[in-house]
Write a new protein. Sequence first.
Length: 272
Amino acid sequence: MSRGMRLFSPWPSSGAISLSSNDLNFMWKQGAMFLHYACSDDKPYYPGYDLVIDNKNYDLDSIISRKRRHNIRWALKRCTVEQISFDSLVESGLPLIEDTHNRQGRVSNDSVLEMWKNYFRLAESNPLFEAWGSFVSNQLAAFHVCLYVGGAVHIEMTFSRTDLLKYHPVDALCFVSTQQSITKDGITHVSYGRRPITGEAEGLINFKKSMGFREIRVKERVEINPIIKPVLFGPLGPIAHCIGERYSGRSMYARIFFALTEMLQGQVKDID
C-alpha cells in the first residue's frame, strides 16, 4: 500500500518479513522510493511497536486505568454500539470524516470524501471488512472500520463527531467492538495498529493503552531506492533533512520525508 511520496508498506500491518535483493529490485521497478516494514532479519532497524489485545476474556476488569473504566461505564449508559453497514456510511459517515480531518488538521475536500465513498462501497461486498458505530440518541457519534486477516482483527481507522465527544462514544465503540471481536473463533488478537511512520500523538497512544492494548515490540525497517540514496546520504543529506524538518508542520509530505530521514539515521542493530 502506498502512503504518499511512493512510500510503500504492508497493509494491514503484517508480521515480520525478510526482503531479498530480488524483492527490493521488484519494488524499485514498480516505482517505490521507500519501503517501510517490520523486519525479521539482523539488518539495521528502528525500534517500533504494535498495540494489541490478545486476552480472550477481555472485559472491564482487563482495563487497569480507573478513569478509563469509569468513562466506559458512563459511555455505555449513553451510547449504543452495534455493527453497521458500509452502505449506510456512504451518507452518514462522511460528516464524521470531514469533522475528524478538520479537527486533526488533515486535508478534507471533495476528492477525499469521494475516495471514502468508493472505499465503503467496495468494503460492503468484502467479508473481511466490518464497520462498527457508536450512537448517541440515534445519532452516529463515532465509527471505525475493522479488517479480519490471518487470525487478527485490525482496527484501521476511527472517525467521530466533535460535538458528541463529551459522551465518550469512542471509548464505548472501542470497548464493545474489541470485546466482541476477540471472542470469535480463530481470532488470536485485536490490533490497534503499528506506530505510524510520522509518530503518534501522546494522547492517542495513552488512550489506546488505557483501553488495555499493550505494546508488542517490532523491528521497523526503512529501505530506500538506490536512485535517491545520494540525496539523503551524500553532501545534500543534512540540507534535505533540515528542509523536511522545517516544513513538517505545514505539509504531510514534508512530515513523512522528515520522519523517514529520522528513522534512517536512527536505525540500529539490536532491539535490546
